[in-house]
Design a protein around this ligand. Structure first.
Ligand SMILES: [Zn+2]
Length: 363
């Protein structure tokens, strides 16, 4: 394990969370499946495992096995295949997935924030947990929010291919509102948002990017109007694409500006290195794009997406893998690298051994 960033975990020590001060030494080596060093802080005498604070802490397997399971989860291998190849049983794999997802999500949250982007494409991908909608109806389990049809809401920067935010939930207004609110929290600019024609987006955007203008009380007789006017923010730009289908095939696509100044939007499109019209094509386009990749991953995970949490974990690991580890085949860089958030590609190992992502990336 790379000990470069190891630091004293004792809150009372003056070197708490301060790596690289020569205060950490190896006390002894232990472990059955792999040699794990017991570390000692020379400053305060604290003893701790070299795995402390990393994702590997508390697992009873070698780091390599954990990494291999994660890599296999990113492929088309089934859970049974992974069990056979690695000899780690399904229950353990699922526990590891939850652990890795929680850890990687934290890295994502610390890394992807205050983004300055010009375009943002939004899309929803249909998946299901445990059973499809029809089965849910047949079995009379309609009220249960965590089974049946689930949608992955995704927001992507088409310029640098960064997956900014994702959320899994029902395809309803509440989920859309929350998704847009969370997305807004990651942005430090007002990009041109593009979505498909699903009507809930308009209200979801309006509820997050607007202000209420109180009405002057009416003079004279009559009941005063109580409903304030909702005014969209001046710099909110939302465009939608409408697809016309014949026998399931898209025959025509039209665009509509929902919010924002037409000229300003045109200018963004003209300057865009990737778009030459309003579109959600990057996120939607066939082979080689995010949508294709994630749907393959999601299909593969059906076999063990028996609950929503597992489903979410799987998608989180994939999303961080996509942003930080996977290199775009033509551009030879990862999305986070292209976005300037990091300056190289990472490996699962490097991410899993980070003890303090905040420190590493200097935010
Ligand atoms: Zn110490």
């Amino acid at each position: 394990m790379d000990k470069k960033y190891i630091f004293c975990p004792n809150e009372k020590c003056k070197y708490f969370r301060v790596p690289g001060r020569d205060n950490i030494e190896v006390k002894q080596t232990q472990g059955k499946c792999q040699k794990i060093d017991l570390m000692r802080c020379k400053e305060c005498g604290a003893l701790f495992s070299e795995r402390k604070g990393t994702v590997y802490f508390g697992i009873h397997f070698a780091d390599d096995v954990f990494d291999e399971v994660m890599m296999l989860l990113m492929t088309r291998a089934s859970i049974k295949d992974i069990e056979r190849i690695t000899r780690v049983n399904e229950k353990t794999i699922q526990r590891w997935e939850r652990k890795a997802a929680g850890y990687l999500k934290e890295i994502h949250e610390k890394l992807v924030r205050e983004l300055k982007i010009t375009e943002c494409q939004i899309d929803e991908l249909w998946t299901f947990v445990l059973m499809k909608r029809k089965t849910v109806q047949r079995k009379g389990r309609v009220g249960e929010g965590n089974i049946g049809d689930q949608w992955i809401f995704m927001a992507l920067d088409p310029v640098d291919k960064l997956l900014i935010h994702w959320k899994i939930g029902k395809r309803d207004l509440e989920t859309a509102k929350e998704f847009i609110r969370e997305l807004k929290g990651k942005l430090a600019s007002s990009p041109l948002f593009t979505t498909d024609e699903w009507p809930a987006y308009e209200e979801a955007f309006l509820s997050n990017f607007s202000e209420e203008v109180p009405l002057e009380p009416r003079k004279g007789r009559g009941r005063p109007r109580v409903k304030p006017i909702i005014k969209p923010d001046k710099d909110l730009k939302l465009a939608q694409t409408h697809k016309y289908r014949e026998k399931g095939r898209v025959v025509k696509v039209s665009e509509e500006i929902i919010f924002g100044d037409e000229k300003e939007i045109e200018e963004i499109i003209q300057k865009s290195p990737v778009s030459n019209r309003i579109n959600t094509s990057f996120i939607e386009r066939g082979n080689g794009t995010f949508r294709a990749k994630i749907s393959r991953i999601v299909r593969q995970s059906y076999s063990f997406s028996k609950n929503k949490e597992m489903h979410e974990s799987h998608i989180t690991i994939y999303a961080v893998y996509y942003n930080l580890i996977w290199k775009h085949s033509r551009l030879k860089k990862t999305a986070a690298w292209l976005s300037g958030l990091v300056d190289r590609a990472y490996t699962f190992r490097e991410l899993f051994q980070l003890r303090d992502p905040e420190f590493i990336w200097g935010h």
